[in-house]
Write a protein that binds this ligand. Structure first.
Ligand SMILES: NC(=O)c1ccc[n+]([C@@H]2O[C@H](COP(=O)([O-])OP(=O)(O)OC[C@H]3O[C@@H](n4cnc5c(N)ncnc54)[C@H](O)[C@@H]3O)[C@@H](O)[C@H]2O)c1
Length: 250
């Protein structure tokens, strides 16, 4: 089968690990040039190197997605170096379990800054380059918890529900520029993000899932490829797709 992203330039935040890394590798395999933005430069560089084995151009940029100026500069640098931006995947994220009755304002703000504002800032500074190019794709990684809630996760759920809502607003506003904006709301996926969650939580969660197991990052990446590709993704905008082991059936 023909490679689906030949000639496309993709920026992936959180590309140094887990779901973002799996998406970067799949996009590179499909012919895209990939620029990885991550606060962890070493991990981003390692994924960039592996992505380069598929023959495209790669870049790894040390960026904190909560820093508006740094995100703007990174998007401008990628556009200047690679010749534009066609695809943005916002996969940078953090997660911790904190009961509401113990949650400080700082804990809430920190999660919202990365998991919600970081998604806004990436789109805010990538979209002008897509407008310039006459179109593009924005793929925001939300979570199924944004649809169903979760214990000890008020901050995370607020951010992820925000991402799902923001995706719809962006989709409406950018459609006229031929930019399609969608979210992916994965179920539990084995990545470093959930390593710190309690064994009780993991066991209970697994027992709830109709498919009976957590996913792997490489099982989420093909959903991003669908949304990034043409004609596969051409009719999706404002949608939230759920590779979630059946955890939510909206
Ligand atoms: N793993 C799951 O079960 C699961 C389920 C649903 C949604 N998600 C979402 O998927 C996305 C990817 O998560 P993952 O599981 O691959 O986690 P991960 O920890 O493997 O990867 C997250 C990446 O984001 C980067 N990052 C964190 N804060 C950052 C910041 N301020 N600036 C730049 N980079 C930053 C980290 O360095 C890391 O490389 C997140 O948005 C997460 O909320 C994960």
């Amino acid at each position: 089968m023909e490679r689906q992203l030949v000639g496309k330039i993709a920026v992936i935040s959180g590309g140094g690990s887990g779901i973002g890394a799996a998406i970067a590798l799949l996009f590179a395999r499909e012919g895209a040039d990939v620029a990885l933005l991550d606060r962890d430069e070493q991990h981003a560089a390692a994924v960039a190197e592996e992505s380069g084995s598929f023959g495209g151009r790669t870049a790894a940029l040390a960026v904190d997605v909560t820093d508006s100026e740094a995100v703007r500069r990174a998007m401008d640098d990628v556009a200047a170096t690679f010749g534009g931006i066609d695809i943005l995947v916002s996969a940078a994220g953090i997660l911790d379990e904190t009961p509401l009755l113990e949650m400080t304002e700082a804990t809430f703000d920190k999660t919202l800054a990365v998991d919600l504002k970081g998604v806004f800032l990436a789109a805010r500074w990538a979209a002008p380059h897509m407008v310039e190019r006459g179109g593009g794709r924005i793929i925001n990684i939300a979570s199924q918890l944004g649809l169903k809630g979760g214990v000890g996760l008020t901050h995370y759920v607020a951010a992820k529900a925000g991402v799902i809502g923001m995706t719809k607003a962006m989709a409406l506003e950018l459609a006229g520029h031929h930019i399609l904006v969608n979210a992916i709301a994965p179920g539990p996926i084995f990545t470093p993000l959930i390593e710190g969650l309690s064994e009780e939580w993991k066991a209970a969660k697994q027992a709830e899932l109709p498919i009976g197991r957590f996913g792997q990052a490489h099982e989420v990446a093909p959903t991003a490829l669908l949304l990034a590709s043409s004609p596969g993704g051409d009719l999706y905008t404002g949608q939230t797709l759920g590779p979630n082991s059946g955890d939510v059936m909206p």
